[in-house]
Design a protein around this ligand. Structure first.
Ligand code: GLV
Length: 334
């Protein structure tokens, strides 16, 4: 008699070959129709499941996992995991994993794309051209801010922040950063990055990129007071999570030209976007696609699947998922 395979849920559509790989180890309840599951639907689909491959939009908290004793692993296909209530998962003995490293360079590339597009008004220029407004050359048409030779501020100097700093070297930029903890001196030297207070970062950056994790502490880390400290010529890029910026306050600052422009890949309450952001011209808006290259999305899906297989004690890395957020749960199991 063959042992019954454990059941897992994949909450959203992903690469079919990743589903096939999971199916070697598990009964897979997949959602290839890509229906968005609300909390009640998610909880219903998790009944009897040993694990779940989740997405950054799936909110998995104490309420969702209550009364699901079979659930042992929640594997996020994202590096950020503010959608998971880690203390609640830990208390329930559920291992949580994320997908760091595999998306670092792709996300930093996109941060650079947003920075360039914002400073040099790329999308605004395209809208202008498509609208048939381009009639002649003029010396002050769509002039922007220089990137080369300017100062780059990085708030949150983790893997992605450091990848941005490495790119800045090619643009002759001065790199300033602020982080909960200061980097070791040799890392600062290698990145040519100078640690400053948050106020100094706001005051001195020509371009400020946000790459810090979202948490209650970072909620509205950039609001009206912080925007007021920035240069009127500065740009702000949010590559991290909605909620770190007070989007209403940002829209007002952009409208009143208190800062030059912003580039946003993430939004408070996304996929909804603050209506005022849609009415100001000096903002570049993209729908949370910083990690969206074919290669990186595949790497993220495969890493999340590997984590799920290992966390549920199957496959070559059995018992050893590579990116565990709450290792105390794994330690407890042994
Ligand atoms: C995407 O936002 C991620 O956290 O990976």
């Amino acid at each position: 008699m063959t042992a019954m395979k454990p059941s897992v849920l994949v909450t959203r559509a992903i690469f079919p070959d990743v589903i096939d790989r999971l199916a070697q180890y598990f009964e897979v309840d997949s959602n290839q129709d890509d229906v968005v599951l609300d909390a009640a639907a998610l909880k219903g689909r998790l009944a009897g499941k040993a694990g779940v491959l989740a997405n950054a939009a799936d909110k998995i908290d104490a309420g969702v996992v209550a009364g699901l004793p079979a659930l042992r692993a929640v594997c996020n296909m994202a590096v950020g995991y503010n959608n998971l209530d880690i203390p609640a998962l830990t208390a329930a003995g559920i291992v949580a994993t994320n997908t760091p490293d595999v998306l670092t360079e792709t996300t930093a590339d996109f941060g650079w794309a947003l920075l360039m597009a914002t400073a040099r008004r790329v999308t605004e220029s395209e809208h202008y051209l498509r609208a048939g407004k381009w009639e002649r050359w003029s010396y002050d048409m769509l002039v922007g801010m220089d990137v080369y030779g300017s100062s780059l501020g990085i708030l949150g100097m983790g893997r992605i922040g450091q990848a941005l700093a490495r790119r800045a070297a090619g643009f002759g930029m001065q790199v300033l950063y602020h982080n909960r903890s200061r980097l070791p001196a040799d890392t600062e030297r290698a990145l040519n990055a100078r640690y400053v207070s948050k106020a100094e970062l706001l005051q001195q950056s020509d371009h400020l990129v946000l790459v810090l994790p979202y948490s209650p502490e970072s909620h509205h880390a950039i609001g009206a007071a912080e925007l007021a400290l920035m240069k009127p010529t500065a740009t702000l890029i949010n590559l991290a999570r909605g909620g770190i910026v007070d989007d209403g306050a940002l829209a007002a600052a952009l409208r009143d030209r208190r800062i030059f422009a912003a580039g946003l890949d993430v939004f408070e309450g996304e996929p909804r976007v603050h209506p005022d952001l849609l009415t100001v011209p000096n903002v570049v808006l993209t729908p949370h696609i910083a990690s969206a290259s074919e290669k990186t999305r595949r790497a993220m899906a495969n890493l999340a699947a590997d984590n799920l297989i290992a966390a549920l004690d199957a496959g070559p890395q059995s018992g050893k998922p590579s990116s565990v957020i709450n290792p105390e749960v794994m330690a407890h199991r042994r």
